[in-house]
Write a protein that binds this ligand. Structure first.
Ligand SMILES: [Zn+2]
Length: 88
C-alpha cells in the first residue's frame, strides 16, 4: 500500500527556514513602516531645498519643501487601505 498524501517531510528544512526568514523580514518591515512612516527626502537629503543650476536654493518639489517622504511600505499600506475602503 502506498501513501500519496503530501507529508510535512516534503518541505526541506532550508525551505522552512527561508520561509520563516521571509515572513520575519516582511512583518518587521511592515512594523517599522507603521512605527515610522516617514523618511528623509532622498532628493534634498531632508533639507527641503535644493541648489538650482544658477546656484541659489529653491524649494524641493519632490517633498514639497518638507524634507520628508512617505516610505514605500507605508505607501503600499495606504493604497491597500484605500482599495479596501473603496470596495465597501
Ligand atoms: Zn526634498
Amino acid at each position: 500500500m502506498t501513501i500519496l498524501a503530501a507529508t510535512p517531510s516534503a518541505l526541506s528544512p532550508s525551505m522552512i527556514v527561508a520561509g520563516m526568514v521571509l515572513v520575519t523580514v516582511t512583518f518587521g518591515y511592515a512594523l517599522s513602516c507603521w512605527l515610522a512612516p516617514f523618511a528623509r527626502c532622498r532628493r534634498c537629503a531632508g533639507a527641503g531645498t535644493r541648489k538650482s543650476l544658477l546656484g541659489h536654493r529653491k524649494p524641493c518639489r519632490s517633498c514639497d519643501a518638507t524634507g520628508w517622504r512617505l516610505r514605500a511600505g507605508r505607501r503600499i499600506a495606504n493604497t491597500l487601505r484605500d482599495l479596501r475602503d473603496a470596495s465597501r
